[in-house]
Design a protein around this ligand. Structure first.
Ligand code: TRP
Length: 364
């Protein structure tokens, strides 16, 4: 058993190393030929975004879009149904996500689009052939799905939970997305997408592949812990600072953040994870190395550390928050961004579905 576990871990590490290697090459090629690629990323509409999302993924999306890479940002509203009861708030959360994206600097255009995946029927239709390309066993052993089932404490698991990674392949492949900026937890899904693309091409279109094998673009930002310093920042754990928080709310949250008993501030992620996380957040705001920030604070202690973080974070987020408040007053515009994005996504999906039909000999 222990041996089997170790073997599984080794495979996961090897997959991660391989993905990291590919990710680095991809980054170089994107810089040279942005127009040859297409970025596809997405979030579930389960609430507003927090600063972990901002530093971990939003900034990277803005960077890629500004480089000129065509970008599809999808809002995974169907995926919410797999483990959340809160379906009553899906539309509201979808609009809040758009506000966060736009405030963070995403600019919708002919090539940068934002849309809910439920509004793109032709992309969803890819689900049927794709389901025939994977086995039950493959779906059952997806480690991210297993973790989600555990974390949600579900008594009975619906089939959507096991099959949403196949749906994610539809999300990515309908527009022939080849660059998927994601965190490590999404790698099993991306591996499945690659498998589906490969099997589809081999089975139905060996002469002329229909789909690219998309690649993960792994984030360089270290994972950001919550203000409790012990686990990943997330709204549901109550340890997050939302992008929409006011400056006073931000200050109050940081005041309560966990530090440790040692007054002298040092940057030591292994032994002092709470302090290191706060230093890292300042560093993400100011660009200064966390070691240098720690040195500067020295015996200033937790109080000074928190004061610096509050100032740095509020200053960094000020333009975003101003824009956010403005966008809150423009619900018609937010809706039009989504509908316009959905229309453009559909145009791409219709084209791909036509190719898929032809490859499967279903054109009558
Ligand atoms: N599974 C992702 C999550 O849980 C959301 C998602 C759905 C996604 N479709 C996607 C991410 C396509 C990247 C690409 O956060």
């Amino acid at each position: 058993m222990a041996e089997q576990q170790q073997c599984l871990e080794e495979t996961a590490n090897a997959t991660y190393e391989a993905a990291l290697e590919r990710s680095k090459k991809l980054e170089a090629d994107i810089a040279a030929h942005p127009e040859r690629h297409r970025v596809l990323t997405g979030d579930r509409p389960t609430g507003r975004l927090h600063i972990g999302h901002y530093f971990g993924s939003l900034q990277n999306r803005v960077r890629l879009a500004k480089l000129g890479v065509p970008t599809c940002i999808l809002i995974a509203d169907y995926q919410v149904l797999t483990d959340h009861d809160a379906y009553t708030e899906i539309a509201q959360n979808t609009k809040q996500l758009v506000i966060d994206y736009l405030a963070a600097g995403i600019e919708p255009s002919d090539t940068v689009i934002i849309y809910p995946h439920s509004y793109v029927p032709e992309a969803n239709q890819l689900m049927l052939p794709f389901l025939t390309l994977v086995s039950n066993a493959e779906l059952n052993r997806n480690p991210t799905v297993k973790e989600e089932i555990q974390a949600a404490g579900l008594k009975s698991v619906n089939a959507g939970m096991y099959t949403y990674p196949v749906h994610q392949a539809c999300d990515i492949l309908f527009c022939k997305g080849d660059v998927v900026p994601v965190g490590k937890d999404q790698l099993p899904h991306l591996e499945l997408t690659r498998t589906i693309a490969r099997r589809f091409n081999e089975r139905f279109s060996p002469q002329k592949p229909v789909f690219p094998e998309p690649q993960a673009l792994l984030s360089k930002t270290p994972s950001i812990l919550g203000l409790d310093g012990s686990q990943k920042m997330s709204k549901s754990r109550g340890n997050a600072i939302m992008l929409s928080a006011s400056e006073d709310e931000t200050a109050a949250l940081i005041k309560k953040a966990k530090t440790d008993a040692d007054r002298h501030i040092t940057y030591d992620p292994v032994h002092r994870p709470e302090v290191a996380n706060l230093l890292m957040l300042i560093s993400l705001c100011t660009g200064e190395e966390p070691e240098l920030i720690a040195e500067r604070i020295g015996d200033g202690g937790g109080g000074m550390l928190k004061k610096l973080l509050t100032e740095a974070l509020n200053e960094t987020l000020r333009p975003l928050r101003t824009k956010r408040r403005e966008l809150e007053t423009q619900p018609d515009y937010i809706k039009s961004v989504l509908l316009d994005g959905a229309e453009k996504a559909r145009a791409l999906a219709v084209k791909t579905l036509d190719e898929v039909r032809a490859a499967m000999n279903m054109v009558i």
